[in-house]
Design a protein around this ligand. Sequence first.
Ligand code: HEC
Length: 462
Amino acid sequence: MSMRRRVLLPAAVVLVLAAGVSLVPADEPAAQTGTGHHPAPAHAAPPATPTTQTPPAGTPAGDTPVTFNNQIVRLFQQHCQVCHRPGEAAPFSLLTHRDASPWRQQILLATRERRMPPWKPVAGHGDFAGVRRLSDADIALIARWVESGAAEGDARDLPPAREFPSGWSLGAPDLVLKPEASFEVSASARDLYRCFTIPTSFKEDRWVSAAELVPGNRKIVHHILTYIETSGISETLDKADPGLGYTCFGGPGFIPTGGLGGWAPGAPPTVMPSGVGLLLPAGARVVIQVHYHNHGGSTESDRTSIGLHFARTPVDKRARSVAVLNRTFVIPAGAARHEVRASWTVPPMRDLHAIGIAPHMHLLGRQMKVTATSPDGTTRPLISIDDWDFNWQGLYSFAQPVPLPAGTRIDLDAIFDNSPGNPRNPNSPPQDVTWGEGTTDEMAIVFLRVTADGEHLGWRPQ
Ligand code: HEC
């Protein structure tokens, strides 16, 4: 018997999930400690760098000298400052020469090894919007700057500082939803997941064309997911749990009818393509799940808000989510490279287009590759991640909608490392691991955000 499993999805599994930009809205495992990838406190002291800096040995004749003020700051403005500035996720700022210079050796290595900027999809497998990837020329330029002494350069070369929007980057929303009060996060709280349920009061269904999450306190907000609910369960869960909101580790505690995107450092807001809408049913509740991580020191409070923009132009298609998954695997204790596969075939007469993709595994996940094989046999890579990190998972938007004609087979191929040598392994010694929502469980899913070619809702703004 082959290991390949064919997972036919019951309707309930074809979840219409958070059609958001940044994060997988499925389950989130419980507290994960020691993965070492949490943003450190703002403005950490630079590590002791061996200052093996050679004196500016002179740039090769004919080459323009590389200085911070001339070339490097422009590159940092474009590729780094979204996270590397005060109050953001990265542990130090890259605004000025003074900020950057002590970190030059780390910058050289992190860019050369393509650890920074964080961007997981392997180039050439899927064509995405908002790619965070330095070109080889950018990397070489940084290396030349560092190796020639990381000079500041002439102040007259300095471009104006890049402006970052401090409030709503999409402009004032039509509706802002937020929990009824601020939530207190104690100084000792590491990896705390809290769900806040917020009622809406519309008598009719609404189409959302864009949603923007604004963390209330970036010092402690690690990432955010959102869910739409119509069952009322979240209100019950909220009442049963003392304090504002309720604890939610694996998921929000109900099957969502949809979602409004997520947030992680550097993530853009969720914006639907023209003609596509996210459905917010009449009377729905919006649940915001926040992953907090307090680096300690003091109690912090947060009140995260979500701004909704309702459709002002016709909506013909609903953004839906398809989950391709395998729930029946066992990852044997000690296996350093265990493969799990799943497949799903687009049903007959139902041509789809994929607008986004979100691979999802927990801490043992190492690699995931997703391909689409058309009925005529052509295979196209949808995404490949060869260095999975739970903390940098994303919902990636395709640069152009990818056609998935009826009969197209989606294949997921995931690799897990359940050996004692995996520093993220939550079990010591390793245990057999199966599907589940906790930190010590695993998942092998890819969510595809799709639209159906045959859908013509004909909704028009009044
Ligand atoms: C999307 C947010 C984001 C962007 C964009 C980003 N960084 Fe980072 N960076 C981080 C975070 C968060 C950390 C802390 C370590 C971690 O969580 O991986 C970090 C850590 C670092 C470190 C120290 C750790 C290491 O890996 O050596 C360096 C150096 C660094 N970044 C350089 C850069 C440079 C240079 C750029 C732009 C070319 C950049 N970063 C872009 C978020 C970002």
